[in-house]
Ligand binder design. Structure first.
Ligand code: SF4
Length: 695
């Protein structure tokens, strides 16, 4: 028994893991955290927590933390510890050298969804103002960028429509391509509570995930589709709603764009979009598709919750628009208990998108080509902003390999482990002349870095995170940054070293600038967050001072809701005799993303390796037994891990997680991506699986 004793003081802060954004009371002895206690007044969690937020914070003081800046001439040289000034001067002079030699657009940067809004805002500002280009992107590129595009096009804003508590009023819950039990545990508990109280459940997922059948919960429909066929399913459901007279005609007539609705209605009504026509493609029987569509349209308040199983496809954006079409056509939007709700993966992925981390958008989702918007930032920042969108992350990799992109500032992302086709990413990283990595650990990306800037963990940060329900909460420092500087201070110093003056005294000043320049953040202030505990944007003082729980109540943000045609197009990633199985990827409860944090905590005991899940038929056909070592081979590459045989999988489909660099699931994933946003198609890779000797 460890005697923890009584805390000396406590600090309220926000979890650094998933997009639920739970509030915690860090109980402290001096600068040492004794316990993280879920905060009962936290609006996102109301005193609940999961195994990550409650227990997996010890990584912050792990022995692997790098606390001194380091540089090296080439990636084959050993690291040399240097002062902050030396590291930042070196990075700045290298970036300037590369721009002088290869042009202004030869460098760029990546913001982090694990950093605060204030830190993310500063990185994109540094790139636009000090680098002088729009080559800024974020990890949302590889997760929810189709949400940004799809919801922006249909509804007018790139964010979930509801507050979490809205699920308490749902009569029908449709979970599409999300595994909330593992990915968003605290919200999943709330959803399950509602399901146990009688809400009816539709699950659209290739795997029989836990929520399909758990104590006192049984999905009424589990549409166990083939990976890559989401759009066939949503279009077939739309066909039923249109042809069986289930459209909410009055809602559509009043709230939606008439021409786009008429076009969509004519499109989905075609016989080739019927469940009978699309059942072979999706693998879901027509009768199931019809019954699920009828339940969604007629079961009362119907709410959709979706995850990366929607977005990480070649038709990710099409599917997001298909979901919005369905909600608008049935009037399931703009009130409690309904809506379209992307379940965001990382703690601040909503915020990193809000803060203008995209190469085509300034903060607040406003296109860089908009001269009025540009002018407001130009006046505040004292620079001219390029009206042309910059490079997305995959474009940066391609340009690096082609020889035109030479330098990268990467804050708090492990792109080498997390992005698809590791071989391609590694080649791109090797081709760059100056890679600056800012992180708390020497991650896989740091293997290709020339400058390493030690980052700070959430326990060392002051600022704000924005969760999946647009809720802005304070992150409060409980210990000083181990490396002496907070991440925002590092960016400020780098900007100054580059010759672009930045001078902020604290993150509060940065937020004041964000609020002044970004309409969706107008009215946000630390004072207001203190007053209300947290605040959901928009929270403009004149219209919704305390924030907005439900969006699109009287009108859509874009005015009239707009329907889009969702033509199902099969992915290019086809099974063949050589690659007869489809691999899909995801995550598990105790680990988080690339595992850099959770692998360095006690959580590693519960799940200490990535496993390949496969159906008993596929295992038997290959002579694979439970726990055997197997190879997964795709057109991109090959990796080895152990097998778990389970009937959660359907025959022909295998599944793994990507938490461990040793198994490196992204060695096999391909560069296929969403047509609109380049979000990688992680969810569909044709593979072969064979037994191998233990490596
Ligand atoms: Fe943290 Fe998400 Fe778990 Fe809440 S549900 S404690 S935000 S990981």
């Amino acid at each position: 028994v460890i005697e923890l004793g009584q805390p000396e003081h406590s600090v309220i802060t926000t979890c650094a893991y998933c997009g639920v954004g739970c509030s915690f009371k860090a109980e402290m002895k001096g600068t040492q955290v004794m316990r993280m206690v879920p905060w009962k007044d936290g609006k996102a969690n109301e005193g609940h927590s999961c195994v990550k937020g409650r227990f997996a914070w010890g990584y912050a003081t792990h022995a692997d933390r790098i606390t001194r800046p380091m540089i090296r001439a080439s990636i084959d040289d050993p690291w040399q510890e240097v002062s902050w000034e030396a590291a930042l001067t070196h990075a700045a002079s290298e970036f300037r050298r590369l721009q002088a030699k290869y042009g202004k657009d030869a460098i760029g940067g990546i913001t982090s969804s694990r950093c605060t809004n204030e830190e993310t805002y500063l990185v994109q500002k540094l790139i636009r103002a000090a680098f002088g280009n729009n080559n800024v992107d974020t990890c949302a590129r590889v997760c929810h960028s189709p949400t940004g595009y799809g919801l922006g096009q249909t509804l007018g804003t790139s964010a979930g429509t509801q507050t979490f508590e809205s699920v308490d009023k749902a009569d029908v819950i449709m979970v599409i391509g999300a595994n909330p039990t593992d990915g968003h545990p605290v919200f999943a508990s709330r959803m399950k509570r509602r399901l146990r109280a009688g809400a009816r459940l539709i699950v659209v997922d290739p795997r029989r995930i836990d929520i399909v059948r758990s104590p006192h919960i049984q999905a009424e429909h589990h549409l166990q589709l083939r990976p890559g066929t989401n759009v066939a399913v949503i279009t077939a459901m739309a066909h039923v709603i249109v042809t069986e007279g289930l459209v909410a005609e009055a809602f559509v007539a009043e709230r939606c764009d008439a021409k786009s609705f008429a076009d969509w209605r004519a499109f989905v009504a075609k016989p080739e979009n019927s469940p009978e026509a699309l059942q072979d493609a999706s693998g879901v029987p027509a009768a199931e598709l019809r019954a699920a569509a009828r339940l969604y349209a007629t079961g009362g308040n119907a709410a959709i919750y979706y995850g990366l199983g929607v977005t990480e496809h070649s038709q990710g954006s099409t599917m997001v628009m298909g979901i919005a079409n369905l909600a608008m056509a049935t009037g399931n939007i703009g009130r409690e208990g309904v809506g379209v709700n992307p379940l965001r993966g990382q703690n601040n992925v909503q915020g990193s998108c809000d803060m203008g981390s995209f190469p085509h958008e300034l903060p607040g989702y406003r296109h860089v080509s908009d001269s009025t918007v540009r002018a407001s930032f130009e006046a505040a920042w004292g620079v001219e902003i390029n009206p042309e969108p910059g490079l997305r992350i995959p474009n940066m990799f391609d340009a690096a390999i082609a020889g035109s992109f030479k330098g990268l500032y990467c804050q708090g992302e492990d792109i080498v482990q997390s992005d698809p086709n590791t071989q391609h990413v590694s080649a791109a990283m090797r081709a760059m002349e100056c890679v600056v990595v800012q992180d708390i650990f020497l991650n896989e990306t740091a293997k290709y870095a020339h400058v390493f800037l030690p980052g700070s963990s959430f326990l060392e940060k002051d600022g704000t995170f924005t969760n999946a329900e647009r809720r802005i909460s304070r992150v409060r420092k409980v210990m000083p940054p181990l490396a002496g500087l907070a991440d925002w201070e590092v960016t400020v110093r780098l900007a100054n070293a580059l010759g672009y003056p930045m001078a902020y005294q604290n993150p509060q000043e940065i937020m004041a600038e964000i609020a002044a320049l970004t309409p969706s953040f107008s009215g946000v202030s630390y004072e207001k967050i203190e007053r209300f505990g947290s605040v959901q944007w928009p929270c403009n003082d004149s219209t919704a001072e305390a924030g907005t729980a439900i969006m699109h109540v009287d009108r859509f943000v874009r005015g009239k809701g707009r329907f889009f045609i969702t033509q199902y197009l099969p992915t290019d990633e086809k099974v063949t005799r050589k690659f007869p199985l489809l691999l899909t990827t995801g995550r598990i409860l105790s680990q988080y993303n690339v595992g850099a944090q959770t692998r360095r905590t006690e959580n590693n005991r519960w799940h200490s390796e990535d496993r390949l899940e496969l159906h008993p038929h596929d295992a038997e056909e290959r002579g694979i037994k439970n726990d055997d070592w197997v190879s997964i081979r795709s057109r991109a590459g090959e990796t080895v891990l152990r097998a778990t045989i389970t009937e959660r999988m359907q025959p022909g489909v295998v599944y793994t997680t990507f938490h461990f660099p040793e198994s490196g699931a992204n060695v096999v994933t391909t560069e296929n991506s969403d047509w609109a946003t380049n979000c990688p198609e992680y969810k569909v890779t044709a593979v072969q699986v064979m037994p191998v000797q233990q490596p």
